[in-house]
Design a protein around this ligand. Structure first.
Ligand code: PLP
Length: 387
């Protein structure tokens, strides 16, 4: 038996999305820019997907630019704004300490080119304080980029309030919504953001395709230059099959969210309560209320997280020690560190992220095998010396 509890890393492709992609690969091979029948068939499929993705976030289809994923969408938002405002007095970029590397490393790259960057702290639950942003933002701020929810702990940020603060000083606001799109209902107008990044493979679409929502009227210099694709905003022949898959997944997510969200939250809470009840010296990391429904991050005192991950994998259970990008590096999580957790706690934390295939029996099975695994590891682990 294999139990997959790593949906924040990626999700299995929805069968309907896979089928639509398979049809698109062979049946919609025309270049969407071509004026003939074959091209127009492909273009119509892109438009249908654009409508579905826009509906998922409450935007207009014309505001959606398809990209190669969340990383490119974040890069496009940040670098696009930076290039637009490069010659102005707005030369500061603000983000938070718990962003995904797609944002943090993009700001680092821009800092090397002379941009002033400010990294806001978070509190012990992983929330960015509105006051911290109010103190940091100035008339020289070009962009504030704060993620909608964090991939490791699931904490949801008060994006609407933060966006309003950024706007009060004339700055633009970008949010990385890769971990919320398809998981919680959202509306770009209600959030009040200017730019929003999403990625298909986090909501049962294919990998390598995503989108940036750009509020109508927001100016952004393209990062990829070339042809006039995507209304002149992102050059390169579109990934028709991937985009079609993203569209089907977006429509499915929008339809199932009202029932799937509460179902996952109940399963997640069941898992969390069982673990906290049955395993001594465990704690939940991050906010428990303002959280995406599928995620829990738990520290197991005096247990090396990597050892627990491997022990669970041997039992057929797939979890994660943090973001997929940094797992395997044994680098302590920058997210948990920013929350002020001790080195011992950051190195003993496991993320369980649930998804559509998970059922109660699986959750109960995982909770039932954990106490033994943990006590065995505690009796063997040298991690005790560090906590
Ligand atoms: N932003 C967040 C919060 C993520 O969790 C991820 C994926 O792990 C990304 C961005 C990058 O998205 P992609 O894998 O589509 O490049």
């Amino acid at each position: 038996m294999r139990i997959y509890l790593d949906h924040n890393a990626t999700t299995p492709v929805d069968p309907a999305a896979a089928e639509a992609m398979s049809h698109a690969l062979t049946g919609l091979f025309g270049n969407p820019s071509s004026v003939h029948y074959f091209g127009q068939q492909a273009k119509a499929a892109l438009d249908e997907a654009r409508t579905a993705v826009a509906a998922l976030i409450g935007g207009e289809p014309s505001e959606i630019v398809f990209t190669s994923g969340g990383t490119e969408a974040d890069n496009f938002a940040i670098r696009g704004v930076a290039e637009t405002l490069e010659a102005t007095a707005r030369r500061q970029l603000i983000t938070s300490a718990i962003e995904h590397e797609a944002v943090l490393n993009t700001l680092k790259a821009l800092a090397r080119r002379g941009w002033r960057t400010t990294i806001l702290p978070v509190d012990a639950t992983g929330i960015v304080s509105a006051d911290a942003l109010r103190n940091a933002v100035t008339d020289e701020t070009a962009l504030v980029s704060i993620m909608h929810a964090n991939n490791e702990i699931g904490t949801i940020q008060p994006v609407a309030e933060l966006a309003e603060i950024a706007h009060s000083r004339g700055a633009l606001f970008h949010t990385d919504a890769v971990q919320t799109a398809g998981k919680i209902p959202m509306n770009v107008r209600a959030l009040g953001v200017d730019l929003l990044a999403l990625s298909a493979h986090k909501f049962y679409g294919p990998k390598g395709v995503g989108a940036l929502w750009i509020r109508r009227g927001a100016r952004l210099v393209p990062v990829l230059t070339g042809g006039r694709h995507e209304r002149n905003r992102r050059a390169g022949t579109e990934n028709t099959a991937g985009i079609v898959g993203m569209g089907v997944a977006a429509r499915h997510a929008l339809a199932t969210m009202p029932s799937e969200g509460p179902r996952l939250a109940a399963l997640r809470d069941r898992l969390e309560n069982k673990i906290l009840g049955a395993v001594q010296r465990t704690e939940v990391n991050g906010a428990r209320d303002a959280r995406v429904p599928n995620t829990t991050n738990i520290s197991f005192e005096r247990v090396e997280a990597e050892s627990l991950l491997i022990a669970l994998d041997l039992e057929g259970v797939a979890v994660s020690t943090g973001s997929a990008c940094s797992s395997g590096t044994l680098e302590p999580s920058h997210v948990l560190r920013a929350m002020g957790l001790s080195p011992g706690r950051t190195q003993s934390s496991i993320r369980f992220s649930l998804g559509s295939a998970n059922m109660e029996e699986q959750i109960d099975y995982v909770a039932s095998i954990l106490p033994n695994i943990v006590s065995k590891l505690r009796s063997l682990s040298p991690a005790g010396a560090r906590t």
